[in-house]
Design a protein around this ligand. Sequence first.
Ligand code: PMP
Length: 413
Amino acid sequence: MTVAAPTTTAIDWAAVRADFPVLTREVHGKPLVYFDSANTGQKPNAVIEAVDDFYRRHNANVSRAVHTLGTEATEAYEGARAKLARFLNVRGDELVLCSGTTFAINLVAYSWALPRLQPGDAIVLTRMEHHANIVPWQLVAQRTGATIKVAELDELGRLDLARLYSLLTPEVKLLALTHVSNVLGTVNPVREICREARKRGIATLVDGSQAAPHRALDIAAIGCDFYALTGHKMSGPTGTGALWARREHLDAMPPFIGGGEMIKEVRFEGTVFADGPRRFEAGTPNIAGFAGLGAAVDYLSALGMDNIEAREQALLERFTAALGEVPGLRIFGTAPDKAAVVSFLVEGAHAHDLATLLDLEGVAIRSGHHCAHPLMQHFGVPATCRASLAYYNTFEEIDAFVAALNKVRTLLA
Ligand code: PMP
């Protein structure tokens, strides 16, 4: 599939970076180089101030109070839903607000899959899934007698599409896959994959945790049944996220968690549940967090996701070239369509040792299995280092990173 090049405009990236207070920090006496945005993204002032402003001026619960603060709190929360819906090109009444991708996927597992799947049915996953998109399906499989099939990767860390499609046989009820790998950076052609699944009557869930921060998303165009995302990776607060689901699924799904806010009427003889997303939003939500997420969506939209993508691709290109010069360094995942996530190992050095020594140089990267054990098993390694960049990073930081890496590499040799 050919994808049109994004339209970009000139942005003052130094000014953008200045919006992120944490990036001015020193760590162990060195300027912080934060290359762990795939783990969680840093937050601009606009987001921090929105959370602060909510607690200072508007704090109240949503939907219950008729007083002014209650109305303002409801506006902040519902405003975030409306902004996120526009950002994703979906309808607000199809968007369940929740704590993040893990909750969103579990909601689909318990509310959609558990009542539906039977012995003999199958779920297809891919080798590159995060544990959040594996373990819930294993729990469903254990309870329903369904089985799990796994789509494997090629040598560049892409899905082998021919093999994936050959797995989509009549007993498959769901294909759950990530949009962008949190370890390899691979961008999966989810639009094409979802079309193939749909042709075969198979529902699709896309884990968008690592896509939403980096690219303009048009979920309607992807054509999936469910799309999960998490706010803290999109410059928003932790404990925020969303599940988009086709309205026909939301209307057919029983509640997952019961409590206040998700009902129309409660009697001891039985309860009538709310319609649409509210049925899945029991209890007091993370209102301040969603005020912050609304501000994050505004911030990303003002920059333009196409500009963000172009910036991150330029950083990735430079970063990959610079890593290519480091002796003994092996990159895991070299797909042509990649987000700015680079997993690597350096010969003779353990991933955790490298990350610990890099921290002493002010450089923050992640080391470990990245919640992707099956992918580590595929590569036959227990752990990798992962450097993940975002639009607020700089080319100078790449140089500082490579200098620090060369220093610690020689220490470990
Ligand atoms: N899926 C992917 C691909 C991820 O990268 C992550 C976060 N590391 C998750 C799911 C889980 O997201 P959360 O912890 O915000 O629920």
